[in-house]
Design a protein around this ligand. Structure first.
Ligand SMILES: [Mn+2]
Length: 470
């Protein structure tokens, strides 16, 4: 970060420590630059897909004004922000990755992207404003954005002209934009639900993006498995850091906070502190996903023996979870209930808990009004996957949780067993063991395609894979 002498420059996007800029300097800075070669804008490969999605949106809400903001920067501390990531619905419809952008579809059905123009060297803002290109690098002009994304563009400030219009607004992303419009809560909610449900079915291009994210994720798992000895020397953070490197190099970032949970931390479903020790002889549960450049994310979990080989008892539990996942995968086909994979996995796990002597009768605990097996399985086996790790979350139950699997759905299959370290109801030698296996599955005409199949998950395959990396 550049730090400068103190100042009283009265400008909006400057900081209290920015220097003064007398007019002589402003004039001087506007001269003496060569014409920069700017890349020729070309239409993005997904622009026609996004145009078609916007057409479906118009069809759904004919004659209405629709407003979908990208969202803006979120403050991390003082004047430092988190890295920007646009909202998923906005991304699905438009594809711009600029903050504070807004898609507006007018009553005639015409779509316009309102976005901050690039501050090039025609105005001193290019070096005085913290969003100018001397501060953040060159950004595409609105004309180039129009070509790339196949949508009309206007400077962001012109959205003011729409103040007071009646509209449906995708809420939760940009309060300043939302308050420009006259909205109704029910109408806004219908818009959010429609977008979520429209995103349930992935097209071929989206599946390609998901496969690319999964492929990068598999490389990240290889990196971590190779570097497990360094994690033993340091902490779970080594695994988090190594995967984060792969995510930033191959994609946009991690799609969610990596869970690198060694030993009993594996029983904490969303363990993201990742500051614990990694010990030989124990297991490490790694739940990690790369988010690709188009913002689609993978969501994969493997549980590995730190030393590279299972103890007999670890293998016994792992094998049970593996068999439950196999049972769940066998139910992944069009027309089956979304919950069919979950129910299949729970049956295998409950029967396994009976075999381990942890429950007296699988049949009894599997009853709808019992479900005591859930003490050790805790979570559902599947969620939709796409631009969001828990994708399409605003969908109605009848199309999601209580719906049926359809060709084009992408979902996770992730059964787990968690024996908390302080659970007096499980044999002592099982306490502190947590195992989850998670794959990303596309529903196809013939059943399903496991997008993460290239990453071994059977117990022997894991040992061979780890040995090959050492
Ligand atoms: Mn998941």
């Amino acid at each position: 970060m550049a730090a400068d002498e103190s100042t009283d420059t009265p400008q909006e996007n400057t900081a209290s420590h920015d220097p003064q800029r007398p007019s002589k300097l402003l004039e001087f800075m506007s001269t003496g630059w060569a014409d920069l070669p700017r890349p020729q804008a070309a239409e993005h490969e997904a622009a026609p897909l996004r145009r078609e999605r916007r057409a479906r949106l118009v069809q759904q809400f004919p004659g209405e004004v629709i407003v979908v903001p990208s969202g803006g920067h979120k403050v991390r501390a003082n004047d430092t922000d988190f890295r920007f990531r646009p909202g998923s619905d906005f991304s699905w419809l438009v594809g711009s990755q600029e903050p504070d952008a807004v898609l507006v579809v007018d009553a005639s059905g015409a779509a316009t992207l309102f976005q901050a123009p690039a501050w090039t060297r025609e105005t001193p803002a290019f070096f005085t404003d913290r969003n100018g290109e001397f501060w953040v690098g060159p950004r595409p002009s609105l004309d180039d954005v129009a070509v790339e994304l196949g949508i009309a563009t206007r400077p962001l400030e012109e959205i003011e002209k729409l103040r007071g219009s009646k509209a449906r607004v995708l809420q939760g992303y940009d309060a300043k934009v939302a308050e420009l419009f006259e909205t109704a809560e029910d109408g806004d909610k219908e818009l959010a639900t429609w977008l979520s449900e429209a995103r349930l079915l992935k097209d071929d291009w989206e599946v390609e993006q998901l496969q690319a994210a999964v492929d990068a994720t598999i490389k990240g798992f290889e990196d971590v498995a190779r570097e497990l000895p360094r994690a033993v020397e340091t902490s779970e953070r080594w695994a988090e850091g190594v995967f984060g490197l792969r995510a930033r190099v191959e994609g946009n970032d991690v799609g969610y906070g990596s869970i690198c949970a060694a030993g009993a931390h594996a029983c904490v479903l969303h363990w993201t502190d990742n500051d614990g020790p990694v010990r030989e002889g124990e297991l490490i549960l790694l739940d990690m996903g790369v988010e690709g450049h188009e913002l689609y994310t993978a969501d994969v979990t493997r549980t590995l023996p730190v030393s590279g080989t299972w103890t007999p008892r670890q293998r016994e539990v792992y094998d049970l979870v593996y068999r439950s996942q196999e049972a769940a995968l066998a139910e992944c086909r069009p027309g089956n209930a979304f919950l069919a994979p979950h129910n299949a996995a729970m049956r295998v796990l409950a029967e396994g808990l009976e075999a381990l002597g942890i429950v007296a009768s699988a049949e009894e605990v599997l009853a709808q009004d019992d479900k005591r097996y859930s003490r050790w399985t805790i979570h559902g086996v599947s969620h939709m996957l796409g631009l969001d790790v828990h994708d399409c979350a605003a969908s109605r139950n009848e199309l999601y949780r209580d719906g049926t699997l359809q060709v084009g759905h992408v979902l996770t299959v992730e059964p787990g067993l968690y024996f908390q370290a302080d659970d007096l109801l499980v044999p002592e030698d099982l306490r502190g063991i947590g195992i989850r296996i998670e794959d990303d599955v596309l529903i196809t005409e013939g059943g399903h395609r496991n997008l993460s199949a290239a990453l071994p998950r059977d117990p022997d395959g894991i040992e061979r894979w780890m040995a090959s990396l050492r």
